[in-house]
Design a protein around this ligand. Structure first.
Ligand SMILES: [Zn+2]
Length: 301
């Protein structure tokens, strides 16, 4: 994705916070390639959301989840196939039932090997984390949404269609008003557009915006983004507003026949000016590239 050397993406389980009764989040502490991880308990079972990258991270997450569970049954799900979210799942084999939506399972199978290879090229800390890692194989795959009964608490696993990837799903805990968005939302950074033509062009800015409108309407009280600080419903509104900005500024220039390179330069400067504190500036260019290839009426599923 970039040529820079990434820092070690270590999950810090000691930082786990209880954001609602029997609902822990291990915050990513703003470390790149570390996701926010959830541990959601009911009376009978506990669901882990995301594994962290690699088996060593995932083993720590599993250890904490097992300690929290105290004998309750364990489940695992992931929000999408990207390595820092899902590529620790093998540590949960024999300990938890791994459930995902169909499109994510397809992504794991079709794109998992390529992403494993690509991420191993991101420098030694990442290659070390991915040593011995295999592409995860889910135990249960569902076609539409899945309601998981944890005992006195039902969690809604919802595939969102194409957005950040082809297979994003959200995890909603209605009784606590908590929504895990995966990388459909981040805070403190520019939205992540994994637009790598010709290898991966599944991200859709147009569809992503539609998903954000839909998520905003569900009215969560607490939003756990894929990366960055946990917040209120405004997290969703901020991402939606940014995606609109990115789309409108890109399309305005494209429609006046400006070349893509020039569009990138102008939109990048403009958006950095509007969000000077955000990191991940390299994602602006990829977002512009994605939106340059899209049209409003395109049924881009
Ligand atoms: Zn992602």
């Amino acid at each position: 994705m970039t040529d820079e050397q990434f820092p070690d993406p270590a999950v810090q389980v000691s930082g786990a916070q209880e954001i609602a009764p029997d609902l822990l989040v291990i915050p990513n502490q703003r470390v790149q390639l570390v996701p926010n991880i959830g541990i959601i308990g009911g009376t009978q079972a506990v669901l882990v959301v995301e594994t962290g990258m690699g088996t060593a991270n995932a083993e720590q997450v599993l250890a904490l989840a097992s300690e929290v569970a105290r004998g309750r049954r364990l489940y695992l799900t992931t929000t999408h196939f990207h390595p820092e979210h899902a590529f620790g799942a093998q540590a949960f084999t024999d300990h938890a039932n791994y459930l995902v939506n169909r499109a994510q399972a397809d992504d794991l199978q079709a794109k998992g090997p390529g992403y494993l290879e690509m991420f191993r090229g991101f420098g030694d800390p990442i290659a070390d984390r991915l040593d011995g890692v295999t592409v995860p194989t889910p135990d249960v795959v569902y076609d539409d949404g899945h309601d998981l009964d944890l005992g006195g608490r039902t969690v809604r696993l919802r595939p969102m269609g194409r957005g950040h990837t082809k297979g994003d799903q959200t995890v909603e805990v209605p009784d606590a008003g908590v929504l895990f968005t995966g990388d459909l939302a981040e805070t403190g950074q520019f939205a992540i557009f994994p637009w790598f033509p010709p290898y991966d062009t599944d991200v859709s800015g147009v569809r992503w915006l539609a998903v954000m409108d839909q998520l905003t309407a569900t009215g969560p009280r607490i939003v756990v983004p894929g990366h960055g600080d946990i917040g209120g419903p405004q997290v969703l509104g901020d991402v939606r507003d940014y995606l609109r900005e990115l789309r409108d500024e890109t399309w305005r220039r494209r429609d006046s026949a400006m070349g893509e390179e020039e569009i990138v330069a102008e939109v990048r400067a403009l958006l950095i000016g509007r969000h000077p504190e955000w990191v991940g500036r390299e994602w602006i260019e990829r977002g512009v590239g994605c939106l340059c290839a899209e049209h409003a009426s395109e049924p881009h599923w």
